[in-house]
Design a binder for this molecule. Structure first.
Ligand code: HEC
Length: 143
């Protein structure tokens, strides 16, 4: 009886190994690949790790508004300081993965929604406001 189980255990092990190999061979979802490319291709250097944009360096890419065709055309031939990403460094499917990643990012809360930052958020300028101080953040947060 015990001897008969040997081949079954081996077959079970083989099937488990095959399943593991199959799972590894499955392509990661586009957004997952895009997240890795966003870092490895250096987008984050200028646009921020959460695509939030960085003052002076690169605009926010989240929420991402342009459709894929516009996004893709811009990356190939940017008009300003951004370096062009040609096909040799970024394939079209890689552009699509990054697009999927950026489109899938959850909306980040604004500074006004973050308790510790809220006191620093500039007040909007109302027509009757004091125009020397409106639009300026307070110098020190209220205690
Ligand atoms: C060296 C800095 C730098 C890197 C690296 C960089 N960008 Fe940019 N990117 C910019 C700047 C600066 C702009 C603003 C316009 C300009 O100067 O081209 C921009 C603009 C853009 C825009 C247009 C945004 C808009 O609101 O008009 C997109 C889309 C974009 N970048 C995507 C990417 C992606 C995707 C990557 C990585 C593959 C990347 N960028 C890498 C600096 C960079």
């Amino acid at each position: 009886m015990i001897q008969n189980l040997g081949p079954r255990i081996m077959l079970g092990g083989l099937l488990t190994a095959m399943a593991a190999t199959f799972a590894v061979a499955q392509p990661a979802p586009a957004a997952g690949r895009g997240a890795a490319l966003y870092v490895s291709k250096g987008c984050y250097e200028c646009h921020g790790l959460a695509a939030q944009g960085a003052f002076v360096v690169g605009p926010a890419l989240s929420p991402l508004r342009p459709p894929l065709a516009v996004f893709s055309a811009y990356i190939r031939a940017p008009v300003g300081q951004m370096p062009p990403y040609g096909l040799a460094v970024l394939s079209q499917s890689e552009v699509e993965d990054i697009f999927a990643y950026l489109r899938g990012l959850p909306k980040a809360p604004g500074a006004a929604q973050i308790t510790i930052l809220a006191p620093y958020v500039a007040k909007p300028c109302e027509p009757a406001a004091n125009h020397e101080t409106c639009g300026q953040p307070p110098r020190a947060p209220p205690k």
